[in-house]
Write a protein that binds this ligand. Structure first.
Ligand code: AVJ
Length: 333
């Protein structure tokens, strides 16, 4: 982002400060080509979220069948006092992937943090969130960081402002394999320091029927979200995918404990992206997302291996979703 844009953001939102962790290189083309050239085709799920994809995701969150958003909101409301006591008032609240900030608003209201640092890869999302929070909490110091939280990044040092608490809701951590999630938690542990803490939202293992419905909704919004990836490739990378020749396919895979989303080729076909050509057999798939589900104990074990003490856990009434309160272990194992 250039200085003029950063300046305008600060001007619009008043006390909002803005910093650039790094400029994310656009790896969309490279990642898509490499993913489709592999023997088992895949595309990383972070590429779902263009403008239309982000709107479709918000529509998913409102679906009857998609319980995670409502469950996490309900458990946050129900346990807000305890969650705030766990994090401590006056903490520096750092949010990874700040998105639609309903839950952050609840938390900020209860925690009264000394500063709020939303980190997001989307500049538009950051500006929107910062402006909305500025209106709601006119005295809150907001330090928006434009960057990719999945990589090591620079966070403004705010000495004397209280402990660092990272907030990572939404079960976004489920997109990572357990191995990647552990490495990610370990980096977060380094980021919050020895007095720091983390609040992380994790979708729970549950009846496969409930899981299946959440990723195969009756209105077909999840299908549209999945297929939108092909339209995005056509538009941004000059592809010639015919989305109607592919179908949304999502299922729970109990071995690894994850929902898998795929796009299945409905016939034998060839697709071009620029000058590259890719062959699809009938029934061959592009694996577009994993969404891992954890038992409470399973996630606690993972957190411990990453240098956290799993101190608290809050769940919704139906036991569908968990919010884990983790504190840094003195020495990282
Ligand atoms: C944003 C990764 C948590 O895995 O449930 C929703 C994305 N994909 N429906 C999830 C998603 C299909 C969502 N996460």
């Amino acid at each position: 982002m250039d200085r003029a844009r950063a300046g305008r953001l600060a001007a619009v939102a008043g006390r909002v400060e803005f910093s650039e962790s790094f400029v994310p290189a656009d790896r969309f083309r490279e990642d898509v080509i490499a993913g489709l050239a592999a023997p088992r085709k895949s595309i990383p799920p972070k590429y779902f979220y263009d403008a239309r994809g982000s709107r479709l995701f918000e529509a998913i969150c409102r679906l009857e069948e998609y319980y995670p958003t409502r469950s996490e909101l309900a458990l946050t409301r129900a346990h807000l006092g305890a969650i705030a006591r766990f994090a401590g008032r006056g903490a520096v609240l750092i949010e990874y992937g700040s998105g639609a900030s309903v839950k952050s608003r609840l938390l900020i209201g209860a925690l009264a943090p000394s500063a709020y640092l939303p980190i997001d890869i989307s500049l538009d999302a950051l500006r929107g969130a910062a402006a909305a929070l500025r209106r709601r909490f006119p005295r809150l110091d907001i330090h928006a960081v434009h960057g990719d939280f999945s990589r090591p990044l620079k966070i403004p040092a705010l000495p004397g402002r209280g402990r660092r608490v990272v907030y990572f809701p939404g079960s976004t951590i489920g997109n990572l394999t357990p191995r990647e999630a552990q490495a990610f938690l370990r980096r977060t542990r380094a980021q919050v320091g020895s007095r720091g803490a983390m609040l992380v939202g994790v979708d729970l293992k549950k009846d496969a029927g409930v899981l299946h419905a959440a990723y195969n909704d009756a209105k077909g919004v999840t299908a549209a979200f999945n297929l939108n990836l092909l339209a995005r490739i056509n538009r941004e990378l000059g592809g010639d995918f015919r989305p109607r020749r592919f179908a949304h396919y999502a299922f729970y895979n109990p071995g690894p404990g994850r929902i898998e989303m795929h796009l299945v080729s409905l016939e034998r076909q060839q697709v071009r992206i620029g000058r590259r050509r890719f062959e699809f057999e009938a029934g061959e798939t592009i694996h577009t997302e994993n969404s891992y589900k954890y038992s409470v104990e399973g996630f606690q074990r993972l957190a411990r291996r990453a240098g956290f003490r799993a101190e608290r856990v809050w769940q919704d009434a139906r036991g569908h979703f968990a919010l884990h309160g983790l504190t840094a272990l003195e020495a990282v194992a």
